[in-house]
Structure formats: structure tokens, C-alpha cells
Design a protein around this ligand. Structure first.
Ligand SMILES: Cc1ncc(COP(=O)(O)O)c(C=O)c1O
Length: 362
């Protein structure tokens, strides 16, 4: 027996998650466009609600998240009993892996899929299985072909990060219907609110017992710093997740601010409309500079450059000019940069700075 303190097999093979940068060496005034945050911040009501929790900090929070679940349910037309909340959707992803996977099981994610699927699978001892996409779009048949008797979870972000692409409800429904009976489909709706009229897959969850939807307060609600996410699933899945969930995984400030935020549907509508307007402008302006992108359904644009070298040089140029965007080589997209749709001034600055970069290279 070894006398060294060692983690479980596989843990040291995990490449730690790398978040978007928020500082640039030698630049005081940066614009952060690297983490898909809402440039308008959170709704005012969320700030007020958070302040009001200050006098309650000596009390444990409501471990059942009752008020927040009811608010999410009312606003989205969902059964609160089938909602579970976590410290960001990251925690929900982790709980799903913890509860359903382990050594000898497989977790499917797609080629350019969100990094936490792989990390959480490996942390649980499961084997992550990467499935090819088609031109940066999820390929349902490729996922179905990759399923084995070991496949416990399939993670699918729709819209996807970092590509911004989306597949239609019919395709998602076909995937859910054709999965093996022992496989749970996790529909990650982190960017669902950016798609007008889209329910993130909630109705599919209600029709089936093998689909769970995850959502977050970190993107359109502007609360990334607080860490609140939630899931909507079949009763049997919610029951399982509640067994692995920490008893007080969300603090009272998180609960209060998220509840106020979810009730401010006007804020969400305004953020969605402004994002759509500026995203279209940004994508068109970049295309005119010779930097194409796929039609994005989220709050970012995946800008494609002619080469890896050009993408890296452009990222460095943006950084020198105080604009932080995301390199996505780790997502197998080394010739691309993911640029969050900021406010109008930031979008204009990005285009102006990339135009100067292209001029200098010409
Ligand atoms: C697709 C996707 N899922 C989940 C998350 C996790 O979000 P959070 O843990 O902040 O809710 C992110 C964050 O970037 C994401 O892009």
C-alpha cells in the first residue's frame, strides 16, 4: 500500500477550468468580454434584495429554496416541486455526474461542448466521450451513434457555448426519444433566455422522464458573481439530486437576489432585445472586416480568423487595447475568438480595434 496522499485515479488528469480573463497586464481600464456576462449588470431589484439580507446573515438560509423555486415556477410556468437550485449551473452539472456516473460509465459531450461536462465527469471517475459536431453544430446522429450500454449522461448546451449555434426542437426531441433507456439527456439552457420565445426544453422535460434542463442566473440575469443556477427535471431525478445536494448550498443573499431577478421579466426582455440588436451589428461589422461567424443565438459571437496565428495576434492586439475576449483553443477552435456582446460602446470599440489590426496586417 502506498503511504503517499493521493487523489482518486483520474483526478490528476483533469485540466483545470480556465475562466475568462478580467485583467490585462499594464492596462488599467479593461472591458471584459470574455465570460458572457450581461453588460448591463443585474436588475436593480436584485441589488436591493441582496442589501436587505444583510441583517439576516447570522441565520441559516432556507435549505429548500422554497421562495426561489416558487418564483422560478410562476415566471416560467413550471412545477416548483420539480425545480432544484445550485451554486451556479456548474453545481447542478457536478451533482448530476456525482449521482449518475462513476468508474466504468461514460458521459457524452460534443466536440466544442462546455468544459465543465468533461471536468465533472472525470471528477466522478467516469469516462468523458467526445462526439464530433458538424461545422460547429451539434450532430444528433453522431451522439446516438456514440451511445453504449455505459452511457449514463448526454450533455447538450442549446444554444451552445462557445459556438453560439443551436439545434431545433425536433432534433432535440428525436435525440431524447432515441437515447438508450439508461441514458439521461441534460439540456443546458445557460443561454436560453437570449432566444425569444424559447423554453429551454422545459416542455420536453414535462413530456419525458429522461430529460433534465439546467439554467443559470449568471448570464442574462447578470448575477454571475452570486452563483445561482437551477434545474427542472422529472421527479425521480430531482429526488436523486436532492440526496447529494449540500443542505445549505445557497446563501440567503443568493436566494433573495435571484428571486427578485427572475421576477423582473421586463429586464430580461430589454436585455434580450438589446443583445439581439448589438449581436447582429457586431457580426455584420466583423464580417465586413473579413471575420465571419456562425449565426449566434446567445450573447456572444464566435469570430473566425484565417489562421491560429491571426486569431492569437488579434487577441493580443485587443488585449493591449483593453479589450478582453476569450481564446477557445481549448475548445478545439484555435482559429476563433469568442467575443461577448457588450454594450454599444464596447461593440464599436471591438470593431474599431479589429479594423486597425486588419489594416496593420494588410
Ligand atoms: C453552456 C454553459 N453551461 C453552464 C455554465 C455555467 O454557468 P454557471 O455555473 O455560472 O451557472 C456556463 C457558463 O459559462 C455555460 O456557458
Amino acid at each position: 500500500m502506498s503511504d503517499a496522499i493521493e487523489p482518486k485515479p483520474g483526478i490528476l488528469e483533469i485540466a483545470p477550468y480556465k475562466g475568462g480573463d478580467s485583467h490585462a497586464e499594464g492596462v488599467a481600464d479593461v472591458v471584459k468580454l470574455s465570460s458572457n456576462e450581461n453588460p448591463f449588470g443585474p436588475p436593480e431589484g436584485a441589488r436591493d434584495a441582496l442589501r436587505k439580507t444583510a441583517h439576516l446573515l447570522h441565520r441559516y438560509p432556507d435549505g429548500g429554496h422554497g421562495d426561489l423555486r416558487r418564483a422560478i415556477g410562476e415566471v416560467n410556468g413550471l412545477d416548483p416541486e420539480r425545480i432544484i437550485c445550485g451554486a451556479g449551473s456548474d453545481e447542478i452539472i457536478s451533482m448530476l455526474c456525482q449521482a449518475y456516473t462513476g468508474p466504468g460509465t461514460e458521459v457524452i459531450h460534443t466536440e466544442h461542448g462546455f468544459a465543465m461536462y468533461r471536468i465533472s465527469a472525470m471528477a466522478s471517475g467516469a469516462t468523458p466521450v467526445e462526439v464530433p459536431e458538424h461545422e460547429r453544430k451539434v450532430d444528433v446522429d453522431a451522439i446516438l451513434d456514440a451511445c453504449t450500454f455505459r452511457t449514463k449522461l448526454v450533455f447538450l448546451a442549446n444554444p451552445a457555448n462557445p459556438t453560439g449555434t443551436m439545434i431545433g426542437a425536433n432534433e432535440v426531441g428525436r435525440l431524447a426519444a432515441d437515447l438508450p433507456p439508461h441514458t439521461l439527456l441534460v439540456l443546458d439552457g445557460a443561454y436560453a433566455e437570449y432566444v425569444d420565445g424559447y423554453d429551454g426544453g422545459a416542455r420536453l422535460v414535462e413530456k419525458r422522464d429522461n430529460v433534465v434542463m439546467t439554467r443559470t442566473f449568471s448570464k442574462i440575469y447578470g448575477l454571475g458573481g452570486l452563483r445561482v443556477g437551477w434545474a427542472y427535471g422529472p421527479a425521480h431525478v430531482v429526488d436523486v439530486l436532492n440526496r447529494v445536494r449540500g443542505p445549505f448550498n445557497l446563501g440567503s443573499a443568493q436566494l433573495a437576489a435571484a428571486e427578485a431577478a427572475v421576477r423582473d421579466t421586463e429586464f430580461v426582455d430589454r436585455s434580450r432585445a438589446e443583445n439581439a440588436r448589438l449581436r447582429a451589428w457586431l457580426a455584420r461589422a466583423l464580417a465586413e472586416l473579413g471575420v465571419p461567424s456562425d449565426t449566434s443565438c446567445a450573447n456572444f459571437v464566435l469570430a473566425r480568423f484565417d489562421s491560429v496565428e491571426e486569431a492569437e495576434a488579434c487577441e493580443a492586439h485587443l488585449r493591449q487595447n483593453g479589450l478582453l475576449v476569450r481564446k477557445v483553443g481549448g475548445y478545439k477552435l484555435p482559429n476563433c475568438l469568442r467575443i461577448t456582446v457588450g454594450d454599444e460602446a464596447s461593440c464599436r470599440r471591438v470593431v474599431h480595434t479589429i479594423a486597425r489590426f486588419k489594416d496593420a496586417a494588410a
